[in-house]
Design a protein around this ligand. Structure first.
Ligand code: DX5
Ligand code: ZN
Length: 223
């Protein structure tokens, strides 16, 4: 499968959201990555339902909603109603993670679990067969434009290994500090979905930046 690109709306121009949503519509991006921050789970507040609903009105691609909030169960239905196609919750924010994952699936959404940089991959052992996506945080969540953590490659390989071992069919997503520099090694390590905020929106030509990430090929050409 060709890898997917999910530009992060967190880095968009919030005064010109419609423009940036249409840019993503017309680009080679596959999903919209939507970061929801509550100021409790992470030291930042992003935006909530009115903004998500406004994005959904114009977005022509799946909405990949990354919840950086405590007790996400309270809001799952509202996120679905606001247009979420994929809902990812943090392992660190869910006491009854198995229940939360199934609540997401019962709503008809794809379910993802995100791991902070300090959280080992083996915590997924008893839930990996129930999920559609694993999000490996390659920065500490809360802000765009941070430096990529190199340990991520190893964690991506570990998720791939665990998924193969358990015969689990899921996507591995990497989020934070993704750029033209680390995209290739990430894909080689086994990543399927690359989230990119700053790399896309700080670029002089966001459409080209997305095309660049999309065109990278992990295939090794043997001579
Ligand atoms: C960080 C968010 C990321 C962020 C990525 O907490 O989850 O999605 O927006 O932005 P960059 O690519 O700039 O690190
Ligand atoms: Zn994110």
């Amino acid at each position: 499968m060709k890898h997917l690109i999910a530009p992060s709306i967190l880095s968009a121009d919030f005064a010109n959201l419609q423009h940036d949503v249409q840019m993503i519509n017309s680009s080679q991006a596959d999903w919209f990555h939507i970061d929801i921050m509550d100021g409790v789970f992470v030291p930042n507040i992003s935006f909530g339902f009115p903004v998500l609903t406004a994005i959904a009105k114009y977005a022509k691609k799946p909405l990949d909603v990354h919840l950086m909030i405590v007790d996400p169960d309270r809001y799952l239905e509202q996120f679905k109603k606001a247009g979420a196609d994929i809902i990812t919750v943090h392992y660190e924010a869910c006491t009854h993670l198995h229940r939360t994952v199934h609540a997401i699936k019962d709503l008809g959404c794809k379910a993802g679990i995100a791991l902070n940089p300090h959280t080992p991959v083996n915590v997924l052992e008893n839930v990996i067969e129930d999920i559609d996506l694993v999000l490996i945080m390659s920065v500490n969540p809360g802000f765009g434009g941070q430096k990529f953590i190199e340990q991520t490659y190893q964690k991506v390989r570990q998720v791939r290994q665990l998924a193969t071992q358990k015969n689990a069919n899921l996507l591995i997503q990497v989020d934070g500090g993704v750029s033209g520099q680390n995209a290739l090694p990430l894909l080689k390590a086994g990543a399927d979905v690359l989230v990119a905020g700053n790399f896309v929106f700080a670029s002089a030509n966001p459409i080209q930046a997305i095309a660049k990430l999309k065109s990278i090929s992990p295939a090794v050409i043997q001579v």
